[in-house]
Design a protein around this ligand. Structure first.
Ligand code: HEC
Ligand code: HEC
Length: 273
């Protein structure tokens, strides 16, 4: 029963990935671009601009960004840094739920033979199941291809290449310098939830119970337990109370992945639902 649920969840995420790619093979659709030495900024800019639009998001063909010529690397890197805040829960200064941010750009050059660092990073973000780093689980959200525009994906790749390692990098600094948001900020909680949880918790029941009404249900799940306490437990210790009709498939590492402030944000957001 447990196993079957897992397989169904896997098939489901596979279907989502295939759907996102229009059924096409991402690797095949990508025009190869030359591998570039890190730190060569003008060349990097060119390569990034030459990156073809991905098949994700259903707008596969002909989505060229106007004014792409002016987009300079520093600007892309800055934009990417802002976006990467959403990834730091799993990609921090050291290995955690996902591989460490420091060195990510360097490792990208070596992951898949014949695949440039740029192409690998793009694939790792929009099609994370295509190559699962050894020692980690295939838990990365599968919807980034739809969620981010092509420019945002370029920005993420540029940021990883520029800041995650190599000479110019202020390695850990970029990853760990983000100020923790004020506790219980539902807007930040929504961002985290959309990143990590919405694949299983959508508007209606799916792989997990619907987000709709989750805050309300939390008040009734366990006697004598406040909604906040129940939600905290449901997130960091999901096996303690398994909602009837669902398998115990929720990832078990959110307690390590998120700090107290982030958990408070997520809980604050769920309580509004
Ligand atoms: C829920 C946790 C989680 C989140 C959120 C997440 N990742 Fe990941 N990521 C992982 C895990 C686990 C792996 C390793 C397994 C794999 O390859 O899929 C990984 C792998 C990667 C890799 C390949 C790393 C390598 O060393 O080869 C890249 C690049 C990456 N993620 C980028 C991102 C970006 C960019 C974001 C945010 C937009 C993000 N990830 C959000 C968990 C996460
Ligand atoms: C792989 C799918 C999956 C992911 C990803 C996932 N969940 Fe769940 N979640 C479930 C399932 C299945 C259940 C019901 C079984 C149980 O109670 O553990 C559940 C239950 C819950 C509940 C209890 C809901 C209720 O109605 O009582 C909460 C709260 C919850 N999840 C929050 C989260 C949050 C927050 C995240 C992201 C940080 C998350 N989940 C990510 C699958 C998932």
């Amino acid at each position: 029963m447990f196993k079957r649920t897992w397989i169904m969840a896997l098939l489901l995420s596979l279907a989502m990935v295939l759907g996102a790619c229009g059924g096409g093979d991402l690797a095949k659709d990508l025009t190869p671009i030359p591998t570039l030495p890190q730190g060569e900024e003008p060349a990097l800019t060119d390569a990034l601009q030459a990156t073809p639009a991905p098949p994700g998001g259903g707008t596969a063909t002909g989505t060229e960004e106007p004014g792409g010529e002016e987009t300079d690397t520093a600007q892309l890197v800055a934009q990417g840094q802002g976006l990467f805040v959403q990834c730091e829960a799993c990609h921090g200064a050291t290995d955690g739920a996902g591989p460490a941010f420091p060195g990510m750009g360097e490792r990208a050059a070596t992951r898949e033979e014949g695949v440039s660092a740029e192409d690998y990073l793009h694939e790792a973000i929009v099609e994370p199941s295509a190559f699962v780093v050894e020692g980690f689980n295939d838990i990365m959200p599968k919807n980034y291809g739809e969620q981010f525009s092509e420019t945002e994906l370029k920005a993420l790749v540029a940021y990883i290449l520029a800041e995650s390692g190599g000479e110019a990098a202020s390695a850990g600094g970029a990853a760990s310098g983000t100020a923790a948001p004020a506790a219980g900020d539902p807007a930040n909680g929504k961002a985290l939830f959309d990143q990590t949880c919405s694949g299983c918790h959508g508007a209606t029941d799916g792989a997990g119970p619907a987000l709709t009404g989750m805050g309300e249900r939390a008040t009734t799940r366990e006697e004598g337990k406040s909604a906040e306490d129940y939600l905290h437990e449901a997130i960091v210790e999901p096996s303690t109370y398994v909602v009837a009709g669902f398998g115990d498939i929720m990832p078990k590492n959110y307690g390590e992945q998120y700090d107290a402030a982030q958990l408070a944000d997520i809980i604050a957001y769920i309580l509004t639902q």
